[in-house]
Ligand binder design. Structure first.
Ligand code: ADP
Ligand code: MG
Length: 292
C-alpha cells in the first residue's frame, strides 16, 4: 500500500479505537485466513460467577466453602476471585493457608492445619490422587451448560465441586458470525475443559475449539496452524496470550487486557469490543483494495 493509503487507514482505525502499531500490521491483516480467539476475557467477560456448590459426603457444603475460600484466597486466578466473592456473600471468611502453590492451567494446592488440600480441574485432581468419578454426571451437566467445574480435595479425598459461569460478551456472537462471513476460519483456544469449551463453541457458532490448552502451549497452537499453511490473527487479553500474540501474523490485544498482552500485540482494540477485530481486518482489506 502507498504511504497515503496507510496514513488514511491508520487514521480511520484510530477514529474507531483500533490502534495499528505499525504500517505492517495494517498491511498484513488482510492476508489472514484464520482467527484464533482466546476464550476467557476475550469472548467472555472474564469475570466468572459461582452458580453451584455441591459437596460430596461426608463433607458438608459449609466445609467445602470454607476450604475453597482458604485455598483460593492467595490465588490471582479469576476463578479464585469468583469463589472468594461467593464465600464473602455467604459470610465465610477465608482461613490462612500455608505452603500455597499455583499450578498454571491446572489449579492450586495448599495446607490447612497441616493437611494438604487441592483445588482445580479434573487433570489436577488426578495428579493429586483424588477420584472425581462419583460427581461425573453432575459435572457433565454443569459443563454442558458452559459452566466451569472446580474440584476440591482434602488429600486424595474429593470434597465436592463448585461451578462458575463466565458470561459471553454481548457482541461475541455477532463478531464470530461476521468473521465467518468474511470467509475466515474461527478457532477458540482455552485452558477450560472440553465439555465447557464445546458448549461455548456451539453457543457462538465457532468452527473449532481447542480446549485444555496449558498457558505455555497457546503459542504452539498458533505455530501449528502457520506450519500447516495458514495466516493467523490471534485475539487475546491475558499474560498467557502474549507469546501467541507475538507468534501470530497479526496479534490483536483487547484494550482492557493485561499490559503484557497489549505490549505483545500488533493491534490494540481500545474499546475491548471483538467487533473491532472484524473492523481491523476489514480496514486492512479496504486499504489494500484501494491501492490495487
Ligand atoms: P483459562 O484459559 O480459562 O483462563 P487456565 O489455563 O487459567 O484457563 O486454567 C485452566 C483450568 O485450570 C481452569 O478452567 C480451572 O479448571 C483450573 N484452575 C486454574 N487455576 C485455578 C484455581 N485457582 N482454582 C481452581 N481451578 C483452577
Ligand atoms: Mg483471556
Amino acid at each position: 500500500a502507498t504511504p497515503v493509503a496507510i496514513m488514511v487507514g491508520t487514521g480511520k482505525g484510530a477514529q474507531l479505537g483500533i490502534l495499528y502499531k505499525s504500517a505492517e500490521a495494517l498491511e498484513t491483516a488482510h492476508t489472514v485466513d484464520t482467527v484464533v480467539l482466546d476464550k476467557t476475557g476475550t469472548l467472555t467477560q472474564g469475570r466468572p460467577v459461582v452458580t453451584d456448590v455441591a459437596a460430596q459426603a461426608p463433607f458438608t457444603e459449609a466445609e467445602l466453602l470454607q476450604t475453597a475460600a482458604a485455598l483460593e484466597k492467595p490465588s490471582e486466578h479469576p476463578l479464585a476471585q469468583a469463589v472468594l466473592q461467593y464465600a464473602e456473600e455467604h459470610g465465610v471468611a477465608p482461613a490462612a493457608a500455608e505452603k500455597f502453590e499455583a499450578v498454571p492451567g491446572r489449579g492450586v494446592h495448599a495446607q490447612l492445619n497441616g493437611t494438604m488440600y487441592s483445588a482445580g480441574n479434573a487433570a489436577w485432581m488426578a495428579a493429586c490422587g483424588a477420584d472425581v468419578s462419583v460427581l461425573e454426571a453432575q459435572v457433565h451437566h454443569m459443563a454442558e451448560t458452559g459452566k466451569t467445574p472446580l474440584y476440591f480435595a482434602k488429600g486424595n479425598q474429593l470434597m465436592g465441586v463448585i461451578a462458575a459461569a463466565d458470561p459471553v460478551k454481548p457482541t461475541s456472537k455477532a463478531a464470530v458470525e461476521a468473521l465467518r462471513h468474511m470467509g475466515l476460519s474461527v478457532v477458540m483456544l482455552t485452558g477450560d475443559n472440553r465439555r465447557t469449551a464445546e458448549a461455548i463453541r456451539t453457543q457462538l457458532g465457532i468452527d473449532r475449539a481447542v480446549a485444555e490448552v496449558l498457558p505455555q502451549d497457546k503459542e504452539r497452537e498458533v505455530r501449528a496452524l502457520q506450519e500447516s499453511g495458514h495466516k493467523v490473527a490471534m485475539v487475546g487479553d491475558g499474560i498467557n496470550d502474549a507469546p501467541a500474540l507475538t507468534r501470530a501474523d497479526v496479534g490483536l490485544a483487547i484494550g482492557a487486557g493485561t499490559d503484557v498482552a497489549i505490549a505483545s500485540a500488533d493491534v490494540v482494540l481500545m474499546k475491548s469490543d471483538l467487533l473491532d477485530a472484524v473492523s481491523a481486518i476489514e480496514l486492512s482489506r479496504a486499504v489494500i483494495r484501494n491501492v490495487k
